[in-house]
Ligand binder design. Structure first.
Ligand code: HEC
Length: 292
């Protein structure tokens, strides 16, 4: 092998822009994936935020109830009024017969409150215009079905391995760590990805594996954040050999720059950050209310 080496710091600016564009876009994608998890799995127990219960309900199921009941207490909470929800649950507990469905007026509730989403045209969610499809959901909740797990497993394995292919490739040109530690950082997300998907299937069989999903998910996130931060730092913020002589113009410029920076950091810390946090909080509750 020749000793041909590329380092992130020495890359041409266009390549740095390319890498930075990719890393930024993927990070935003990651953020949306997390929000998606919060709104689907996170709501499985009816409470906002991700817990072990959410994971158990999503994969193993909440076997004390039927799918319809659990969804109405979870991510479908608030889609119908409390009274209507109660009526649907009553109907399920009374045996979910077709007769009662029509006579009890449950069909009208479904028609008015659910069919706008749960119709023929909707992909991936059951069509409630057919009685059979509702009836199916009145059996014991066994969590994710094998067919949905198969589908999501292969999509995740193919898709996420591609993301880590490029994030890892970019990171492999970094110089902060030795080859040994870099190899560990690059290999870790793949190990966590496989453990994550494997643990979905294990949790489907037994709820005790739910915490493994959390650990693997967190591991993947940490490896991603680490490679992302190191890569960006080395491309744009690597210390260069710039040094100013005392009392030189360079030194004065640097002093001014330093003053401006401390002032702006102060401004960001005291004003921008609190305002941003308030904004994000407001945005979150707005999205949350929209989706209810
Ligand atoms: C705003 C659109 C929307 C409305 C209105 C809506 N749903 Fe849903 N429903 C969804 C989506 C999206 C999913 C899939 C994500 C999830 O499971 O949370 C879903 C999933 C479900 C599931 C799980 C299906 C499965 O196969 O696991 C049930 C049960 C359900 N809804 C019942 C209802 C009932 C009952 C109503 C009316 C009271 C209702 N939904 C109203 C969008 C909607």
């Amino acid at each position: 092998m020749s000793s041909f080496k590329i380092t992130l710091n020495e890359l041409d600016t266009p390549v740095k822009v390319l890498f930075t564009g990719y890393l930024t876009t993927v990070a935003i994608g990651y953020l949306f994936a997390l929000i998606q998890i919060l709104f689907t799995h996170g709501m499985a127990d009816g409470k906002f935020g991700l817990s072990i219960d959410d994971i158990v309900y999503s994969y193993y199921g909440n076997r004390s109830g039927t799918v319809l009941e659990n969804k109405l207490a979870g991510s479908m909470k608030g889609k119908a009024s409390e009274q209507e929800t109660f009526k649907i649950i009553q109907w399920v507990r009374d045996g979910a017969s077709h007769n009662e469905f029509v006579n009890g007026g449950v069909d009208k509730i479904i028609e008015a409150k659910c069919v706008m989403c749960h119709n023929e045209g909707a992909a991936g969610i059951p069509d409630f215009e057919e009685f059979e499809n509702i009836k199916e959901l009145t059996t014991e909740d066994e969590g994710a079905t094998f067919s949905s797990l198969t589908r999501v497993s292969h999509i995740h394995l193919f898709g996420i391995s591609f993301i880590f292919m490029f994030v890892g490739l970019i990171f492999s040109f970094s110089t902060s760590a030795s080859s040994y530690y870099k190899s560990i950082a690059i290999g870790m997300p793949y190990a966590f990805l496989i453990i994550d998907i494997l643990s979905w299937w294990l949790t489907k069989l037994h709820p005790m594996f739910a915490s493994l999903i959390m650990v693997a998910g967190a591991g993947m996130g940490i490896s991603f954040a680490f490679m992302w931060l190191v890569s960006l730092k080395e491309m744009w913020f690597m210390e260069k050999d710039w040094f100013c002589k005392v009392e030189s113009l360079c030194k004065k410029k640097f002093k001014i720059l330093f003053k401006i920076s401390t002032k702006s950091i102060e401004f960001i810390r005291m004003t921008v950050i609190p305002k941003s946090i308030a904004l994000v909080k407001g945005l979150f509750s707005w999205i949350f209310n929209k989706m209810k």
